[in-house]
Design a protein. Structure first.
Lengths: 333, 263, 264
């Protein structure tokens, strides 16, 4: 089956002007002969996404995520390499591709501010050349699924951010795209709004077989919606596998929190580190392979009677932070 | 007014000047516009001269007259837009808590920006006027005109400030600005000295501050003796007082409305 | 064929949506339109006062000035209502707002132009029509010529706006400069062409085509000859084509990423 996204050695550099500092002479030379350097934003990136997959695309700020997304959507042209989205070459078949993809930019809105979402939806019907009756049915279906009801007749300026985001995502699905690009879709949303958006994305993707490519700094987005994560750093591929595999093979550690009768616990064993400590509460991080979990628990029990205990995996945030740190160290050497 | 009070508000003026120095593109644009307008009008007045203008109008003097009125007009920054934005964003609410009068602060900032623009635009005004006419009015006339021009520009800043304050009630103050500006063109005699208007219009103009802002100071440059400096000074002071009262009253109504409605 | 039909349908939908958005704030809409009418008439008072004393100015009478004013006002009004996004083109390029438009299957320029509507433009069109009718130089027979004149003026005006604001593709923050260039264009178009000397007149028909925004359309209204009308139509269309080419070149540069100085 044809992949939804197929990148091979995709590269893109930006020309950045580095202004010389100094007096009039420097200013003049900046103007006449500016010092321009090519800074790689995407560097021989290769990966493939199958139809229906939900992929998180993450990396530290400046890693090249937005650039990659823009290359895939046909907004930017690559310098080298090959890219195909839904079998089309974005830079050459932009219009054709536009009918097959939807985009949601968390920090930008395509809804008209003074008008109710319904008016933008109708305009989008004309943008995507959707038959009037089919369009009306589609709007009704999406209104039901996304719980838009009353929101449809409320001017966008009166909607909360969460409500607006639901409308934005619904708008991006009006033309039944096969693929959705989302750039920070939950940014600025409160906890319940985020949960609602994540659920909607997951259900719609499963139901309609829509491929998702999502960039986010919120690991909750990743865990709730996606099965696979691609990590890039300085434009290069750092990691490409399932989230479970990321946890398992990269940083395998367990977090154990003890609530004890004693005020403090002192568990000094190889590979065991105290993460946080408060009166009657101690949180430890245990590197796997260093000390068996059972031994740690025994050690704690020997010191004090334990009233409660929680064992969990290291938070994904920390896993990713460690991944970035390792990559930085590799770059530095 | 205490020294501290003055110092505080002068600080606002200084910040405005510093900001103005960075926004040079706007200033250069005005310089170019000024030069173009003077060029067009010098051509216009020459054409009018050919067609036979009444004796009281020397085409070259009329170009200098326009340079004078435009100098005042273009020197005053259009602060109504910034004030409108600040009110929309709610910044004003923060300023209410500051131990400085909001209107005085804005007025001081406006004056600061004016102080920055006036020298540049003045050089442009008189440089272009001379270039297009190859003539200058008596230097004493120009010297007398300059302080009145500064006072007139200050009065204009106060007017723009008042228009900006209307944003407390209006969605968009731009329409008010356009109409006020055009009324100023007409009743202030921006392009044509008021003396050339039908007498009914001249009488109507007397009820507005516009002649005092543009026509009267610029007439000094014409050297016709039509305007007496002492009278002009008195009128500027009177209209200044009226403007100050109107601005303060408007602001108090606005602030009262804010506190009652909770912002 | 279908593509053109769809594009026209889209353009019509843009205008309708824009109108709805503008009318959503009814008070502001009415005020802007009304005050613009007042604004234009007040500005005209200068000419009325001047022409009372000097009935002819290098062959131009008050009625000629009225036609000139009318055509420029109506043309500019049409531009800022139907293609109101032109004033915000520079901003859209700077902010990356074109990104969203690039992911949609409609011409980017058309979409960008149609994103906004300035209600004051209605005031301009209305006052423009009033000036033209008031001049007494038109009749029912010359109505098509008037329509052509206004349309051509709008096309030339929009074309200049597109070129000036598209400079953002190459130069970066051109907002102020572009806006002032556009105002300069309008300033020149509002004054009778006989006032200008040879070199300036050439410039006003080439680099800063105020001649196609004001003088030539006004001539077509006063003397609707085939020669005048063809020259006007050709000029306006050429300028607009040039503007579209400039925008497209800029858009290619945008897509190649050479205008960026930061990346993410």
């Amino acid at each position: 089956m044809q992949p939804a996204v197929d990148l091979y050695e995709l590269s893109k550099s930006f020309r950045v002007r580095r202004p010389r500092s100094g007096g009039i002479g420097a200013r003049l030379s900046n103007f006449i002969a500016p010092d321009v350097q090519a800074v790689p934003a995407v560097d021989r990136l290769s990966f493939s996404i199958a139809p229906g997959e939900r992929v998180a695309f993450i990396g530290p700020n400046g890693a090249g995520k937005s650039t990659t997304l823009k290359l895939l959507a046909g907004i930017l042209q690559p310098d080298a390499g090959e890219v195909r989205v839904m079998g089309l070459v974005p830079s050459r078949q932009r219009t054709e591709l536009a009918f097959a993809i939807g985009t949601v930019f968390g920090q930008r809105s395509q809804l008209w501010y003074q008008l109710p979402p319904r008016d933008t939806f109708e305009l989008l019907g004309r943008v995507y050349e959707i038959d009037a009756r089919a369009h009306a049915r589609r709007i009704e279906a999406l209104t039901a699924v996304f719980g838009l009801g009353e929101l449809m007749s409320t001017p966008v300026r009166h909607l909360s951010l969460g409500e607006r985001m639901r409308c934005e995502i619904a708008a991006s699905l009006l033309h039944s795209p096969r693929m959705l690009f989302l750039d920070e879709p939950t940014i600025g949303l409160d906890v319940s709004a985020k949960a609602a958006i994540r659920e909607l994305l997951l259900t719609e993707s499963i139901r309609q077989g829509i491929t998702l490519l999502l960039t986010s700094h919120d690991t909750g987005d990743m865990e709730s919606v996606c099965d696979r994560v691609i990590v890039i750093h300085r434009g290069r591929l750092l990691w490409d596998d399932s989230i479970a595999a990321l946890r398992k093979s990269f940083l395998s550690a367990k977090r154990v929190t003890f609530w004890s009768e004693a005020e403090h616990l002192d568990v000094t064993l190889p590979g065991v580190k105290v993460v946080s400590s408060a009166a009657h509460r101690t949180e430890l991080e245990i590197e796997s392979g260093a000390t068996p979990l059972g031994q740690v628990v025994d050690a704690a029990l020997r010191q004090s009677s334990i009233t409660d205990m929680v064992i969990e995996d290291a938070p994904l945030d920390e896993v990713i932070r460690a991944l970035y740190a390792k990559a930085e160290r590799r770059c530095a050497t | 007014m205490t020294l501290t009070y003055l110092k505080k508000h002068t600080a606002y003026a200084r910040i405005a000047m510093a900001q103005g120095r960075r926004e040079r593109a706007e200033l250069y644009g005005r310089v170019v516009f000024f030069a173009v307008i003077l060029g067009v009008f010098s051509s216009l007045w020459r054409a009018v001269g050919e067609a036979g203008l009444p004796a009281s109008g020397d085409p070259r003097a009329l170009v200098w007259y326009l340079a004078a009125t435009e100098w005042i007009m273009l020197s005053a920054p259009q602060i109504h837009l910034e004030i409108q934005e600040a009110i929309r964003r709610g910044d004003v609410v923060y300023r209410l808590g500051h131990p400085a009068s909001y209107v005085m602060a804005e007025f001081a900032a406006g004056l600061g920006a004016t102080a920055l623009r006036m020298p540049f635009l003045g050089l442009t005004a008189f440089g272009c006027a001379f270039a297009f006419t190859r003539w200058t009015p008596p230097l004493s006339a120009i010297a007398l005109f300059i302080p009145f021009a500064v006072m007139a520009a200050a009065l204009l800043v106060a007017l723009y400030l008042w228009i900006g304050l209307l944003a407390f009630w209006l969605q968009d103050v731009s329409p008010v600005f356009w109409v006020t500006q055009k009324l100023m063109f007409v009743f202030g005699g921006l392009m044509l000295p008021l003396a050339m208007y039908p007498s009914a219009m001249q009488k109507a103009a007397a009820f507005t501050p516009f002649p005092v802002m543009l026509f009267a100071p610029a007439s000094i440059v014409l050297g016709t003796g039509l305007v007496r400096p002492v009278i002009l000074a008195r009128d500027l002071a009177l209209w200044g007082g009226v403007m100050a009262l109107v601005v303060q009253w408007t602001y108090r109504r606005a602030a009262a409305g804010l506190t009652v409605n909770g912002g | 064929m279908t593509r053109w039909v769809n594009t026209l349908r889209f353009a019509r939908a843009l205008v309708t949506t824009n109108l709805k958005a503008a009318l959503a704030l009814r008070g502001a809409f009415v005020m802007q339109a009304l005050f613009m009418v007042l604004n234009n008439f007040t500005f005209f008072v200068f000419w009325w006062v001047l022409m009372r004393r000097t009935p002819t100015l290098r062959g131009w009478r008050l009625a000629d000035i009225q036609v000139l004013f009318g055509v420029v006002a109506a043309g500019y009004g049409l531009t800022v209502t139907l293609a109101g996004g032109v004033r915000y083109l520079g901003q859209a390029i700077e902010d990356g707002a074109l990104d969203t438009l690039l992911t949609q299957p409609k011409p980017v320029l058309l979409h960008a132009l149609g994103l906004r509507l300035q209600p004051s433009g209605f005031g301009d069109v209305l006052s423009g029509l009033v000036f033209i009718l008031w001049s007494g130089q038109v009749s029912w027979r010359t109505a098509p010529a008037v329509a052509l004149a206004i349309a051509a003026s709008a096309l030339a005006c929009a074309a200049c706006g597109i070129v000036f604001f598209s400079l953002a593709f190459w130069v970066g923050r051109v907002e102020t400069a572009a806006r002032q260039l556009w105002e300069l264009l309008l300033t020149f178009s509002l004054y009778p062409e006989p006032l200008f000397g040879g070199a300036l007149r050439l410039a006003l028909f080439t680099v800063l085509p105020a001649g196609f925004v004001g003088y030539l359309p006004a001539s077509v209204v006063r003397e609707p000859s085939i020669q005048n009308m063809s020259m006007l139509a050709t000029g306006a269309v050429l300028y607009f084509t040039l503007a579209v080419l400039v925008f497209d070149a800029g858009l290619r540069r945008y897509a190649s990423g050479s205008r960026f100085t930061t990346f993410g």
